[in-house]
Design a protein around this ligand. Structure first.
Ligand code: UDP
Length: 484
């Protein structure tokens, strides 16, 4: 059978409307487009400027297109007109938003009927796209914004339920069975199903089922980073998967090019240039979480008590866009506070940055690894507690700030004291073998990451394999369609 030519392949990407999902999806689309595949990003109006900037940047060079989808109605319990996480104010609202995504099902079906892609790569948070794809006989792949490690951790928890044998939620730990390393967690660090709504719990089961029935899973990781877990996922769990990351290395962050970010960029670089190599602590908790005031105060106390200069990104969301997009240099040059969106890749890759206080989002984790910056881990929710274990226990490139509790509601969030922040920063920034060996490992991992995406590297080859598989499967589909 002759397979479809890759220049004739059209893939539609449908990312969840949050920075941590849209950004790597854009990077992924760019990687496909570099191989000649036509790509369309389907998203809601609030993220269209970011996608459009990327398209304009590569205009005439790469086949990337934008298509818009809108929620049919305003979602009850959320700010009016909300169509992405940027306008949400709390964990509670984020959960309502996640549970309401299936209302996009009919508009999504209409978009597919109109755009007629050969194949779709949709977010893990859109399990219902599987049924639409099946109905329209289009192969669906899932884009996991998670590591193989965390996918294996989730499987172990669901399969063996080790946490059910534990009585003390916080102080007793359990080992996750069946994994390549003896990874320990406490019950308070995983999502407690009794504390979430039935709709949210249902969403998680649907996500698992739909990933299992999809054509396969695309993972933003590289083989050399987690070989045992990639093998475990493919061979033991038995899912078809392609590792194509780190996708951030395939891309220039065009999204940072808006006017506000340009000012941040210039101010940050000027300030960073004035600092000694490896002396600055970068603090950022991702694209969607805003900390309660009490925690912000403790963090400020901790950072000010340390000897080290810092850049701290404070994303405060109040019913709309990221507010007060500005950069403030503190008196005496001790720190820079960014209210709003920071040029994270630029900051992490600056030689002055010596440590990253991170919420352990998977993109931030990969970006820190690629930039060779050791991490101080402060997970909040989702896969972040798994990523903390991966960073600290498996890769040994970070130290914990010491959080024990998964955040379901930020009002009940455990308070990390300023002195604990100071302790972790001093441990990480002090001299000694621990820090040196972390840096050495990070240098090696960073080199492996670059090699993985270069021509002939493991992720480059897996992406090519994926394109080849899709060309075959789509031409089979075309033949079946023409017979009908
Ligand atoms: N990011 C950024 N500037 C910010 C905050 C976040 O560029 O001020 C980017 C960061 O580089 C990463 C993504 O947003 O690519 C966040 O993804 P991650 O998985 O780390 O966390 P999430 O936002 O999904 O919690």
């Amino acid at each position: 059978m002759t397979s479809k030519a890759k220049d004739n392949l059209h893939i539609l990407f449908f990312p969840f409307m949050a920075g941590g999902h849209i950004i790597p999806t854009l990077d992924l689309a760019k990687a496909f487009a570099t191989h000649g595949v036509t790509t369309t990003i389907l998203t809601t109006p609030s993220y269209s400027p970011l996608v459009q900037r990327t398209i304009n940047h590569y205009s005439g060079q790469l086949p990337i297109h934008l298509s818009l989808i809108s929620f049919p109605t305003t979602i009850s319990g959320l700010p009016s007109g909300c169509d992405s996480v940027t306008s949400l104010n709390s964990q509670h609202e984020r959960i309502i938003f996640l549970c309401s995504l299936s209302s996009l099902c009919q508009p999504f079906k209409r978009a597919l009927t109109e755009l007629r892609p050969d194949c779709i790569i949709t977010d893990m948070f859109f399990p219902w796209t599987s049924a639409v794809a099946r109905e329209l006989q289009i192969p669906r792949l899932v884009f996991q914004s998670e590591s193989f490690f965390s996918l294996c951790m989730t499987d172990s928890l669901l399969r063996y339920k080790p946490h059910l044998m534990i009585s003390d939620d916080v102080d007793e730990s359990f080992i996750l069975p069946g994994l390549p390393h003896p990874i320990k967690m406490s019950k308070s660090q995983i999502l407690d199903p009794t504390k979430i709504t039935p709709e949210f719990s249902e969403l998680f089961s649907l996500m698992g089922e739909s990933a299992a029935e999809s054509y396969g899973v695309v993972v933003n990781s590289f083989l050399e980073l987690e070989p045992e877990y990639a093998k475990h996922y493919r061979e033991f769990i038995g899912r078809r998967a392609w590792h194509v990351g780190p996708v951030s290395l395939c891309s220039q962050r065009v999204g940072d090019d808006d006017d506000a970010s340009k000012d941040h960029y210039t101010e940050c670089l000027k300030w960073l240039d004035s600092k000694k190599p490896g002396s600055v602590v970068y603090v950022c908790f991702g694209s969607m979480f805003s900390m309660p005031s009490e925690q912000l105060t403790e963090l400020a106390i901790g950072l000010e008590a340390c000897e080290h200069p810092f850049i701290w990104v404070v994303i405060r969301m109040k019913g709309g866009d990221h507010e007060e997009k500005k950069v403030r240099v503190l008196e005496g040059g001790k720190g820079v506070v960014i209210n709003g969106w920071a040029p994270q890749l630029v900051i992490l890759n600056h030689p002055a940055v010596g440590a990253f206080i991170t919420h352990c989002g998977w993109n931030s984790t990969m970006e820190s690894i690629c930039a060779g910056v050791p991490m101080i881990t402060w997970p909040l929710f989702g896969d972040q507690f798994y990523n903390e274990r991966f960073i600290v226990d498996v890769l040994k490139v970070g130290v914990e700030v010491g959080v024990k509790k998964y955040v379901v509601d930020e009002e009940e969030m455990e308070l990390v004291k300023g002195e604990d922040v100071k302790k972790a920063v001093e441990r990480m920034m002090g001299d000694g073998d621990e820090k040196e060996s972390m840096r050495r490992r990070l240098r090696e991992l960073g080199e492996m990451a670059w090699k993985a995406v270069e021509e002939g590297g493991s992720s480059y080859v897996d992406l090519k394999n994926l394109i080849k598989d899709l060309c075959e499967v789509c031409s089979e589909h075309d033949m079946n369609q023409s017979k009908q």
